[in-house]
Design a protein around this ligand. Sequence first.
Ligand code: AMP
Ligand code: ZN
Length: 115
Amino acid sequence: MSTNCVFCKIISGEIPGKIVYQDDLVVALQDINPQAPHHYLLMPRKHIATTLDLQGQDAEWLGHLYLVAGKLAKQEGFAEDGFRIVNNCNAAAGQTVWHIHFHLLGGRNLSWPPG
Ligand code: AMP
Ligand code: ZN
């Protein structure tokens, strides 16, 4: 837990957030500013700032998070049409919250290349 981290505060219940899935390792919540009809943020419970801070032991929750993302997409009914999982690492990629997270976007056609 990092005391100034908005996602740690949502995970601990200190501030409200729309959590749609949680287990011992990961949490998924609705993005407050959705960029698609379905936009979830999947993250580890433990505070890790960026992809560059990952260590070997993080492989367990990372793999698990990917499986949860696919299940959530199926459960919410946009898996077959297609979806995208995005991790923005550091400022030039658009990272604004320094608790690692993966955007799960679906429910519309997603253009490529990204902006
Ligand atoms: P990124 O720019 O990749 O770091 O993504 C951060 C995401 O967190 C953005 O899509 C924001 O809309 C979202 N966000 C910021 N604050 C909150 C919050 N309190 N609850 C839910 N999503 C949030
Ligand atoms: Zn955090």
